[in-house]
Design a protein around this ligand. Structure first.
Ligand code: ADP
Ligand code: MG
Length: 393
């Protein structure tokens, strides 16, 4: 999906206020009645409809009059809210080119004020059918109603929490920088998905490293569940980084063994096919010295010995911290029981309140000075200069 951040420059304080009101209304309504939006936004001089028309023009909201006159956020609208929040927090100042399209996400380069380039992952959980999501994942344990906004936000939260925890336990993952709504900002990995790498200098070493990671993850109580050539990045020195964590599960999950075996099998299969690795499986030595099993075997789930500082405990089975989990729980209850008229008072960790002190401008975009690194091919000519992006109020 194209992310045209230029429209940000035309958005006023009122535009963002109404956009935020639509977001708030969506906690209880798939399509938010126009009157409710007006009530939540309570613009000083009225005119919510006019603003909605402008948002519609920029494709930030979708109009639906099939049942009543109402609106919902589009992905782009949600993107803008997250981007604005992150820019206001000073996380980045510019959005660059798209560097990845995943099954359920779009990945863009973003640049910080000092010119450091980071990766921004926008989760798009509604992209695959809900049925597929539900069968694969356990986000929805406590929730009877849902929408893609909620799901994508939860996916981002979970990914951010896992990335941070894995990083702290010295797993080779991107460094988690910040998270808002459905958006995770992380360090940019200088490399390619293994899927794009036709040849390796040392396929055996890379293979052993990757297999060692699956084992070490399990020792820490986690199974990636999507550990394949698309989610393993490799750089010119053949250093491995793993990405993409929203689907991870605990080793105590009822299907843990199956997921573990599937991750292992995926790696064997890929290396056999792509790099013609003709290993005798019982000769494979994976890069892990703590496993108390016959050294050199294909890793067996039953042989995994848990280590102390069990990550899974911190994160809970389906992700994030206990606090996030509690917050989520509260949100679920409130969402079901809340009177729609009371939307305005509600605040949510991912969603911003309408803040009178917020002048609606995207200040940091103005002071953009991108120190483009010479010879850095990933950057050259690709970062869209957004220095003029500020509201034109
Ligand atoms: P999905 O969950 O949609 O599969 P991924 O996290 O796997 O999304 O990302 C999709 C693609 O985006 C990856 O295959 C990779 O090419 C690119 N990508 C993701 N994260 C980063 C990163 N931190 N640095 C560089 N490229 C990345
Ligand atoms: Mg992926």
């Amino acid at each position: 999906m194209k992310l045209d951040v230029n429209a940000l420059r035309y958005l006023s304080k009122d535009d963002f206020r109404v956009l935020t009101a639509v977001e708030m209304g969506m906690r209880n309504h798939e399509i938010v009645p126009a009157e409710l939006i007006a009530r939540i936004a309570s613009l000083k001089h009225g005119g919510t409809y006019k603003v909605l028309k402008n948002l519609l023009k920029h494709k930030l909201v979708h109009h639906d009059s099939s049942k009543y006159d109402g609106f919902r956020l589009t992905y782009l609208g949600y993107d803008f809210l997250a981007i604005k929040t992150l820019v206001n927090r000073g996380v980045f100042v510019a959005v660059g080119r798209q560097i990845g399209v995943g099954k359920e996400s779009d990945i863009f380069e973003v640049a910080t004020e000092d010119g450091t380039v980071l990766a921004m992952k926008l989760h798009r959980l509604g992209r695959t059918s809900f049925r597929a999501v539900k069968s694969k994942r356990d986000y929805l344990r406590h929730r009877s109603s849902f929408n893609w906004l909620y799901l994508s936000r939860l996916a981002a939260l979970k990914e951010f929490a896992f990335m941070k925890a894995l990083d702290e336990h010295s797993f080779p993952v991107p460094h988690a920088v910040d998270c808002n709504r459905h958006c995770v900002v992380m360090s940019l990995i200088q490399g390619y998905p293994l899927e794009q790498v036709k040849e390796l200098q040392n396929p055996d070493t890379v293979f052993e490293t990757i297999l060692g990671l699956v084992v070490r993850l399990a020792e820490h109580g986690l199974i990636h569940c999507d550990f394949n050539e698309f989610n393993i990045m490799i750089d010119d020195d053949e250093k491995v980084t793993m990405i993409d964590f929203p689907q991870m599960v605990s080793v105590s999950h009822e299907n843990a063994k199956m997921y573990f075996d599937r991750d292992v099998e995926c790696i064997f299969k890929f290396f056999r096919k792509r790099y013609n690795l003709s290993f005798q499986e019982n000769e494979v030595e994976y890069d892990d010295s703590d496993v108390d099993s016959d050294e050199g075997c294909r890793p067996q789930f039953s042989d995994i010995k848990k280590v102390s500082g069990f990550l899974d405990k911190d994160l809970e089975a389906s992700g994030f911290t206990r606090k996030d989990q509690n917050d989520m729980e509260k949100f679920v209850d409130r969402d079901v029981e809340k009177d729609p008229g009371s939307d305005c008072e509600e605040t949510e960790d991912g969603g911003d309140t309408i803040d009178e002190t917020d002048d609606g401008s995207v200040k940091l975009f103005e002071s953009l000075s991108l120190a483009r690194k010479e010879g850095d091919s990933i950057l050259e000519g690709n970062i869209e200069d957004t220095r003029n992006i500020a509201h034109q109020d």
